[in-house]
Each structure stands twice: as C-alpha cells, then as structure tokens.
Design a protein around this ligand. Sequence first.
Ligand SMILES: C[S@@+](CC[C@H](N)C(=O)[O-])C[C@H]1O[C@@H](n2cnc3c(N)ncnc32)[C@H](O)[C@@H]1O
Length: 181
Amino acid sequence: MFFLILATIILLCSLLLTGFMALSTVGLLLGRPPYVPTPQRIARLMVQAAKLLPHERVYDLGSGDGRLLLASLKQADVIVTGIEGNSFLVLLGRFRLWLMGKKGTILWKNIFAHNYSDADVVFCYLFPSVMKKLQEKFKKELKKGTRVVSYCFPLPEWKPGKTFQTQEKKPNNFLIYLYQA
Ligand SMILES: C[S@@+](CC[C@H](N)C(=O)[O-])C[C@H]1O[C@@H](n2cnc3c(N)ncnc32)[C@H](O)[C@@H]1O
C-alpha cells in the first residue's frame, strides 16, 4: 500500500514537472521570458524601492510563484494582482497566497492583454525586448506618478529616478530600476 501511494505521488509530480517544462518551452518559443524567480532578498529590495502605501494597487507582470505579491503584502496593506501566462505558475502563486492567508488576484493572462491604468506600482522581471514593448504600453496607460520597478532590465527610453545595486561584485548588472510615470 505504501509503495502504491509513493508511486502515485511520484507519477503525479513527474506529470506536473513535464507539464511545467512543456509550457515553459512553448513560452520560450513564443519569445517569452522564462520563469526565473527573483531571489527573495532582491524581491524585498524591489518592494522597499517602491515605497508602498496602504491601499495602493500593485501589479507583478509575469508573477511566477507570486513572491513579489507576497513580499508586497508583507510590507503594506496593498491590493495585489499578478499577471502570469503559465497556468502552472498561476496555480502555484494562488496556492502560496492561500497558504500564507493573504488576499490577492493572479490572472492567467498575457501581460500585454491587460490595462494598467489603475496601477500605482508595477513590478517587472522580464526581458529587454519585452521592456521595449512595454514602455509604449506604459506611455499610453499608466497614470502620472505610477512607479515602475524593474529588476535587471531597464525601460530603454525612460530615465530611472533611481537605481539600486543588488550585488557587490557585478556593479553594472543586476540593478533595480525605479521609474515614475
Ligand atoms: C523572470 S520570471 C519572473 C517571475 C516573478 N515576477 C519573480 O520576480 O519571481 C518571468 C515570468 O513572466 C512570465 N511571462 C513571460 N512573458 C509573459 C507574458 N507575455 N504574459 C504573461 N506572463 C509572462 C513567465 O511565465 C515567468 O513566470
């Protein structure tokens, strides 16, 4: 009996892993940034950089396992929304919010299919080509004063109000960019 349960668990885990890998591969073929979670320390730095205020609306574009949403909720009483294209990560992020007893929304959606005009803060950890495309969308949609916090990849034509170094030995990489629309 024990071995049957163990074999079922292993089979389910393998199926989940295969599904996750298949979706990640499709995403990569579509030119989408892969799932690389922001290190927790840097997620906290990004949230600190955003200086969240109570009741602000916070988005994470490509929310992965929901860690930036959770870090935001730990910092302030904000309204969080993750947008994520990988259905496995949507479920994982929702599960983690539930596990931590936190309220938040994670939408299974392409980041370009959502309108961000109600955002106060937008977090990004994506790709240079995606940031280039996003800056046009942000120009049209973001209200004045919205903060954009991006890890590693800047908005190419926007001047950051501030940058934050995250790693001592790589001074020109791995920056956090803080912008104000
Ligand atoms: C580098 S990971 C960052 C994950 C998370 N934001 C974090 O900081 O840990 C990029 C995430 O964006 C998602 N993604 C990439 N392109 C997307 C798109 N066009 N629409 C929705 N999600 C997307 C990927 O599935 C992945 O989870």
